[in-house]
Design a protein around this ligand. Structure first.
Ligand SMILES: *Cc1c(COP(=O)(O)O)cnc(C)c1O
Length: 394
């Protein structure tokens, strides 16, 4: 909702608010839900890729007890996130299969969004660098860079596999390095697996990222790691210009608490720690993340069920004659209309999205396709039935 407010303010301000930066005149912020559309009261929220299940009651009780007995509400939170960084380092070591990570390798943000902003500030601000992304991808990289006046170079992807157009990426990097009128590429953002397209990085893409010079920071966003179970985190042990980001908003079921983390060489972490706001993570948020990590066996046990549901839904949706479902390594499915199904594919998909929303299934329409989060079995069944009916109407 805050994003919508920002969007509104910036789109309407330039004439009225002459003190606002002129480069924000055309700025349009992140809209978590389509604007001006009311949502039914009961709905299947399948547009933001969260886990469909809330915390189990005994973990909620633990958090309530923390508020009642442990947290001193009149005191600032632990500004160094000591206990949480320790717990995250242990988890990261476990996922890397190497006991090499310490709290010095970890920084924590108010959602990974905060880390994205710190990374852009640390590398590109003041005309020193530009950001490179491959569309379609997570839009916050571009949006945050634009709020900071940082140029964004956007390359495309293969329309079938969604592999990054590496030729375009390489020539964009070379061009920026040669052309003295534009800043060099200082920051490359890749999601692994990508959102909205759900594909993991290939060996060729990873090789290209490894080949980037030490003056370019490579950020691999592993928001969906617990679903894909693929990680490049061990790379940071030998590459001081790599950062892995992850979040508690997806498989760990803590989207309401806003917590993400970055893993990198301790020298990079020190810079990020200096840049961030002093008390960026509320006490309850830090506790919630620690409780989630301590109970990760129980929380992550539903990942297998979600992946089975995903495969089942993928198979059913792939059988629909109008839809092209892409391969997925995450807890969501990306699908486009097959050529010839509608004269205006985007208009048709928007109509489908609206029809489902009116029935209570909220999906995301982005990058020329629909992104469908895997929900509970009942939600997925409704998605299948409603989508089948809406597509038949085209
Ligand atoms: C959901 C998501 C995140 C999570 O962001 P938070 O700010 O931690 O909630 C980060 N990156 C990608 C690509 C995502 O899809």
């Amino acid at each position: 909702m805050l994003e919508i407010a920002l969007d509104f303010a910036l789109e309407h301000c330039p004439a009225m608010l002459p003190f606002i930066r002129s480069d924000l005149a055309q700025f349009s912020g992140y809209a978590p839900h389509a604007e001006g559309e009311t949502q039914p009261e009961q709905f299947d929220q399948l547009d933001t890729n969260e886990c469909p299940y809330d915390l189990p009651p005994e973990l909620k009780d633990k958090l309530a007890w923390q508020i009642q007995q442990q947290i001193q509400n009149n005191r600032y939170p632990d500004g160094g996130h000591g206990g949480l960084r320790e717990a995250i380092a242990g988890y990261v070591s476990e996922t890397a299969g190497a006991p090499s990570f310490t709290p010095d390798h970890i920084t924590v943000g108010n959602g990974s969004d905060e880390l994205i902003r710190s990374l852009i500030i640390a590398t590109c601000l003041g005309g020193e660098g530009s950001v490179l992304v491959a569309n379609p991808t997570f839009s916050m990289y571009r949006i945050i860079a634009q709020t900071l006046g940082v140029p964004v170079i956007q390359v495309g992807r293969n329309p079938e596999t969604f592999e990054v157009d590496l030729d375009a990426a390489k020539s964009a990097v070379a061009q920026a390095a040669q052309d003295s009128s534009q800043p060099p590429v200082r920051l490359v953002f890749m999601v692994h697996p990508n959102s909205p397209t759900a594909n993991a990085l290939t060996e060729a893409e990873i090789d290209w990222l490894r080949s980037l010079p030490a003056s370019t920071l490579v950020v691999i966003d592993e928001a969906y790691y617990e679903f894909s179970r693929q990680t490049l985190v061990a790379e940071v042990l030998s590459r001081p210009n790599w950062v892995i980001t992850r979040t508690f908003s997806k498989a760990f079921r803590l989207a309401a608490h806003r917590v993400g983390y970055g893993v990198a060489d301790p020298a990079v972490i020190r810079v990020l720690e200096q840049l961030r706001l002093p008390y960026n993570l509320p006490s309850l948020t830090q506790t919630a993340a620690q409780v989630a990590l301590a109970n990760r066996g129980e929380l992550l046990a539903v990942v297998d069920e979600i992946m089975e549901e995903r495969d089942r839904l993928h198979q059913s949706l792939s059988a629909l004659p109008q839809l092209h479902c892409f391969a997925t390594e995450a807890n969501f499915i990306y699908a486009q209309l097959k050529p010839g199904v509608a004269a205006e594919a985007d208009a048709a998909l928007n109509q489908v999205r609206k029809q489902l929303k009116a029935q209570g299934t909220v999906l995301r329409h982005t990058g020329g396709g629909l992104r469908i989060t895997i929900g509970s079995p009942a939600e997925n069944q409704r998605t299948l039935e409603r989508l089948t009916a809406a597509l038949a109407n085209l």
